[in-house]
Design a protein around this ligand. Structure first.
Ligand code: NAD
Ligand code: UDX
Length: 441
């Protein structure tokens, strides 16, 4: 099939490449000329394991291409995926300007039938607005051309995006036409594996499903984070509690890890947007108000622990920070806890020596040559003369640390571990002051 991806960011690029991988012809459109130039020259603008090879393979096979030419992109695909950003507005609701721009562009350049698919995470009712926008634009051209609008939210996780897309738990499709359902069934047939992955529903339910999934996961995490604080006070261990409750299949083990808060481009903004929609429709989601408040506090939890140990006056102090990305296996720093932590430490007069395996260029882009930020070429370099280490992202490499060498480099053997990487008893034996989350120090 011939497919256009409008927006070549995390979701657009992964979706386009995976659809090409199973034999479709895909053209990815982006308004960012740098992104397209990078892709055209064989590079990829993001860090996502396995993606670069897959892009290269499909470009070489002639199934995948990139463009900034809107008219050509719209005319190319029988299916037009809208995968542009939906960042939060000042009031927390999803900003739909990029989605509606994409819809206008489709209306402006389409000449024959198109199936338009909203892949971006969008509030309930957006498919109707996309349909109306395309219809208006077509009318202004004096044209009547048939088209369908469907919703197909994306559930991939950064860092595992290819596997999530190629082997999905489910593929949610919201349509109000048999033609759209049949086209999407055909498109997704190669991803079905050995049992039905397609969950077909009406458009509004599909739009809500995406927010419901992210809000449910964020709620689990915030609940565990609050329980962890209680466990610390009670002399209990949140890791044991996690194993104890996760073994109940009604609860399950996934997304029960207490830590220094959730970040990323989805949970924070989607929780905010769903809260906003719920208030607007007079059915407030009080639970989500608490989830967001708890997460904002949780992102500062390491800073609070550090203040209890070192006081609030940190002039002349230096702290090492391991992990800048909002989670491992990505260079994405959107809403990353590391940013809240670094900014709080700077405000108290401290300097930070940070290391991340892939997110340091992104950190430079965000903070420039910040006078209180040193980026270390190796995790051990960050430790030299630091008053303590803060662990913010659970990159695998941090798990197999050389404790003796760490102790020799740190000014004081103090570790605040926001991701519970080490066993507290071992750390005590190794001579560290170790502050995990929800476990006994
Ligand atoms: P992104 O910012 O990485 O990419 C969006 C891209 O769209 C950018 O490259 C931008 O230049 C481009 N763009 C904007 N307007 C355009 C237009 N009119 N025409 C063509 N291109 C345009 O965003 P993302 O992380 O890929 O997210 C996209 C959507 O998918 C969002 O709604 C997000 O909530 C959702 N989503 C993201 C993830 C994730 O893990 N990142 C997962 C599931 C769903
Ligand atoms: C999320 C959803 O998982 C995915 O389905 C959706 O499509 C996009 O949003 P992503 O943001 O890429 O994916 O990362 P995810 O692995 O969900 O982690 C989000 C945040 O939650 C990270 O900051 C992570 O550190 C944190 N987290 C996750 C926890 O604190 N504890 C956990 O148990 C799991």
């Amino acid at each position: 099939m011939k497919i256009t991806l409008i927006g070549a960011g995390y979701v657009g690029l992964v979706t386009g490449t995976c659809l090409a991988e199973v034999g479709n012809n895909v053209l990815c459109l982006d308004v960012d000329p740098h992104k397209i130039a990078t892709l055209k020259s064989g590079g990829i603008p993001i860090y996502e394991p396995g993606l670069e090879d897959m892009v290269r393979r499909n470009v070489a096979a002639g199934r995948l291409d990139f463009t900034t030419d809107i008219a050509a992109a719209v005319q190319f695909g029988d299916i037009q995926f809208i995968a542009v950003g939906t960042p939060p507005d000042e009031d927390g609701s999803a900003d739909l300007q990029y989605v509606l721009d994409a819809a206008r562009n489709i209306g402006r350049h389409m000449n024959g039938f198109k199936l338009v698919v909203d892949k971006s995470t969008v509030p309930v009712g957006t498919a109707d607005r996309v349909r109306a926008t395309i219809a208006e634009t077509l009318a202004s051209r004096g044209l009547e051309v048939d088209f369908c609008v469907a919703s197909n939210p994306e559930f991939l996780k950064e860092g595992a995006a290819i596997n999530d897309f190629m082997s999905p738990d489910r593929i949610v499709i919201g349509t109000d036409s048999e033609r759209a359902t049949q086209l999407l069934r055909r498109l997704y047939a190669p991803f079905q594996r050995n049992h039905e992955r397609l969950v077909v529903m009406d458009v509004r339910s599909a739009e809500l499903t995406k927010y419901a999934a992210n809000a449910m996961l964020a709620t689990r995490i915030s609940f565990m984070n609050e329980l962890a604080l209680l466990a610390e006070k009670l002399g209990a261990d949140i890791e044991r509690v996690r194993q104890g409750i996760g073994s109940d299949p009604r609860i399950g083990y996934h997304f029960l890890y207490a830590g220094c808060g959730y970040g990323g481009s989805c949970f924070p903004k989607d929780v905010q947007a769903l809260r906003r929609t719920a208030r607007e429709y007079g059915a407030p989601l009080r639970i989500l108000d608490a989830v967001e408040t708890a997460n904002e506090a949780q992102k500062r939890i390491l800073v609070e622990k550090l203040k209890s140990r070192f006081g609030a006056q940190l002039d002349g102090r230096r702290f090492a920070l391991w992990g800048l990305a909002f989670k491992p296996n990505t260079d994405d720093m959107r809403e990353a806890p590391s940013r809240v932590i670094m900014e709080a430490l700077w405000a108290m007069g401290a300097t930070v020596a940070a290391y991340d395996p892939v997110a340091m260029p992104e950190t430079r882009r965000l903070y420039g040559e910040h006078p209180s930020l040193m980026l270390a070429p190796h995790p051990m370099d960050a430790l030299r003369d630091a008053d303590a280490l803060l662990i913010v992202t659970e990159w695998k490499a941090f798990r197999s640390a050389d404790f003796a060498a760490m102790k020799a480099l740190l000014r004081q053997p103090v570790i605040f571990d926001g991701r519970n990487l080490y066993d507290p008893a071992t750390m005590r034996r190794e001579g560290f002051e170790y502050f995990p989350i929800g476990r006994q120090a």
